[in-house]
Design a protein around this ligand. Structure first.
Ligand code: PLP
Length: 392
């Protein structure tokens, strides 16, 4: 049996979510945009019910939710859409160097075409109290009068750092800009309420919280402080014209269900998963000489996701170790699986000051509601044996 500890790259579909989706994959195959008949009506009603469920789970109104194909598309729509909507050319976007590639690449695209000035601020290094944390004073200084957008990864996908989003919101709003939050890793693992977080735009991905792959959402604030973005995909005008294309009815139904489950149970789940994560760390620290924690302290759930562990093993090549462990069907990742197309040390680990060798010796663990104690103990044994073998 596989031991799956790679829940930052994707998660297992919850059986309750699959059950909710099934009818929409079989008998009920109508197009939610084709409502001249019963099957179209049913599909539209299912999408609207899921929209309401999802909105409720993140503290939004249903008409503030745009369904997309995932967080990559949502982030691109938020960033490129905000830049396109800005009347004056130029203007500044502020972000950080430990963001996901889905944020860094569209920012690079805008900067290379001189469509915006992009400022990437550093995050706290490994020697500071919370590695990966942003610096609010630095951010305040970077928010010059032309700053129209700040984009922040609420919970880091490699080292689990949780950011002070509400404080960032206050500063960017004072400067007259909007805040986009990448919430892909947050939902189901910490409190996610778009009002409390101060988001104007927020990106989500169903497969990161036990929903299906290929569906996501962008929250676009309409109340109090309407966020202004332009669509990037043109066609049938679905999703208020911001994202044309036939809606993925089963995927959207699954996303609504998965979000409702996450909102209902995240607190107890985060505690239970945290106990397993601590058991994993303690086991490894005991059995593997030379393990070093990467990222924030494990004992503060306010600054680090409880499902996350990232470490490096002095003198061991992470890739080689992972290859050995993969033979035992132990699934985890070194650096970020999202960038496994571009091997090389993780930019997040580099951002907190790890050297290339240390980054290469790093392992990333992500636990979930489906992780059990026996798997943790077996993983510790396998890693300890693997490291011992490599060192011989
Ligand atoms: C997974 C992830 C994304 C991309 O989401 P997809 O739905 O896979 O496109 C973006 N940002 C973060 C932080 C992620 O973890």
């Amino acid at each position: 049996m596989a031991i799956y500890l790679d829940n930052h790259s994707t998660t297992r579909l919850d059986p309750r979510v699959l059950e909710a989706m099934l009818p929409w994959l079989t008998d009920h195959y109508g197009n939610a945009g084709s409502t001249t008949h019963r099957m179209g009506h049913e599909a539209r009603d299912a999408v609207e019910a899921a929209r309401e469920k999802f909105a409720r789970a993140v503290g939004a109104e249903p008409d503030e939710i745009i369904f997309t194909s995932g967080a990559t598309e949502s982030v691109n729509l938020a960033i490129l859409g905000a830049a396109a909507r800005r009347r004056a050319a130029g203007g500044r976007i502020v972000s950080w160097n430990a963001e996901h590639r889905a944020v860094l690449d569209p920012l690079e695209h805008l900067a290379s075409r001189r469509e915006a000035e992009v400022v990437l601020l550093p995050v706290a290094g490994r020697d500071e109290s919370v590695p990966g944390l942003i610096d609010l004073e630095r951010f305040r200084e970077a928010c010059t009068s032309g700053t129209f957008l700040a984009t922040l990864l609420v919970a880091n996908n490699e080292i689990g750092t949780i950011q002070p989003a509400a404080a960032v919101a206050e500063l960017i709003h004072a400067a007259g800009g909007m805040l986009h939050l990448d919430c892909a890793q947050a939902i189901g693992r910490m409190a996610v309420d778009v009002d409390a977080l101060g988001a104007d735009l927020a990106s989500f991905s169903a497969h990161k919280f036990h929903g299906p792959k290929g569906v996501g959402a962008l929250f676009v604030r309409r109340r109090f402080r309407p966020a202004r973005i332009a669509g990037r995909v043109f066609g049938g005008g679905q999703e208020r014209g911001l994202r044309s294309g036939t809606l993925d009815v089963p995927g959207i139904v699954g996303m609504g269900e998965a979000a409702a489950i996450a909102a209902e149970g995240w607190r107890e789940e985060a505690e239970a998963v945290g106990r397993l994560r601590d058991r994993l760390w303690e086991g490894l620290a005991r059995q593997v000489p030379g393990v070093v924690l990467n990222g924030p302290p494990l004992d503060d759930a306010a600054v680090r996701l409880t499902c996350n562990l990232n470490l490096h093993v002095a003198g061991v090549d992470g890739q080689t170790l992972l290859a050995t462990l993969a033979e035992e069907d132990l699934a985890l990742s070194s650096g970020s699986a999202c960038s496994s197309a571009s091997p090389g040390p993780s930019h997040v680990l580099a951002a907190i000051g790890l050297g290339e060798d240390e980054a290469r010796a790093s392992l990333r663990f992500g636990l979930s509601r489906f992780t059990c104690p026996a798997e943790i103990d077996r993983a510790v044994d396998l890693i300890a044996a693997g490291v011992a073998r490599l060192r011989r």
